[in-house]
Design a protein around this ligand. Structure first.
Ligand code: PBG
Length: 304
């Protein structure tokens, strides 16, 4: 009765990986219990999640081809665009969020366009805006830029408005740290940079004040929700962001957090249900309203 923090399935957002083809449901080795899904299987998975009370999914695409310009990221027949149309038709009440980034679509695996050996921030903004518009046109309710380029929320907001998508929301990956905990995801999304790392655009794990600056910049640029990522190693940043803005705050319990828990459970070292629910409660207690988590489906079943 006196419990201060409760987690409900309605707080959860499930990340899903969609690939080309049909009848494909391939377990991701680095993320046991998560799958590469072709669109037919994706619709089934999303329907199960939705039926268990999870209101939203965030889509990550595995394109057929990668190139320097990330062409499939904004093509009308890109994998995410096709998936959105199928989900929109089959599950009209499910909230569809898309990850907007180039790293899965570029041959070099970086989140931006490279010009003369360096990521060109402003050219990247134009491409990201095109990606966001193509997702909105295919049925996305919200777009979630995860690239960490400067000025991308404003660029995406103005492109969406210009193209008639003023109702499409922006969930900004505002404080995204250059984290070792993304390792399993990069294996899952085939997005490991072929050279260098992401420290030029993602944030230093030592910087909490800078994280707040990034959050407030995104608020000013027109974000509808802000995100802190990863979640458990950055609970202090979530708590400080909670004080700094009244926008909804999302926290991303990332692939490495999931993989660590799953590995410990597989070794018999942790009780899965208790550990997962405690981790979600802690993230909410720190101040997150919403949690992106690969545990969404299981947690929703345990909570209902
Ligand atoms: C794309 C992106 C990443 C994640 C979400 N969007 C990978 C990265 O930045 O390297 C990580 C998600 C996870 O680890 O679960 N930029």
């Amino acid at each position: 009765m006196v419990r201060e923090t409760r987690v409900s399935p309605a707080d959860l957002i499930a990340p899903l990986f969609v690939c080309h083809g049909s009848d494909r449901r391939e377990e991701i080795p680095s993320l046991p219990g998560q799958y590469h899904l072709s669109i037919d299987e994706l619709v089934i998975e999303a329907a199960v999640l939705h039926a268990s009370g999870v209101p939203a999914v965030i889509l990550f695409g595995l394109p057929d081809s990668k190139d320097e310009a990330a062409l499939e990221a904004y093509s009308e027949d890109g994998i995410v665009q096709q998936a959105l149309r199928a989900l929109r038709a089959e599950l009209p009440d499910l909230i569809l969020i898309t990850d907007v980034c180039l790293c899965q679509y570029t041959s070099h695996g970086h989140c931006g366009v490279i010009v003369e050996g360096e990521i060109d921030n402003d050219i990247t903004l134009e491409v990201l805006a095109q990606v966001a518009v193509s997702h909105a046109a295919a049925g996305a309710d919200m777009v979630a830029p995860s690239d960490m380029m400067d000025g991308r929320v404003a660029a995406i907001r103005s492109a969406l408005d210009q193209e008639g998508f003023s109702q499409t929301g922006i969930l900004a990956y505002s404080a995204k740290f250059a984290s070792a905990f993304y390792g399993p995801f990069r294996e899952a999304a085939h997005s490991t940079p072929s050279s260098g790392d992401r420290r030029g655009y993602q944030m230093d794990p030592g910087n909490a004040r800078e994280a707040l600056r990034e959050v407030l910049l995104d608020v000013d640029e027109g974000a509808d929700m802000v995100m802190i990522k990863p979640a458990m190693p950055y609970l202090d940043v979530i708590a400080r962001a909670r004080e700094a803005t009244n926008l909804p705050i999302a926290a991303y319990q990332v692939s490495g957090e999931y993989a660590m828990l799953k590995a410990a459970v597989a070794e018999g070292l942790l009780d899965e249900r208790a550990a997962v629910l405690e981790s979600l409660t802690a993230i909410k207690r720190a101040g997150a309203d919403l949690i992106l988590t690969y545990h969404a489906g299981a947690a929703a079943r345990w909570l209902s």
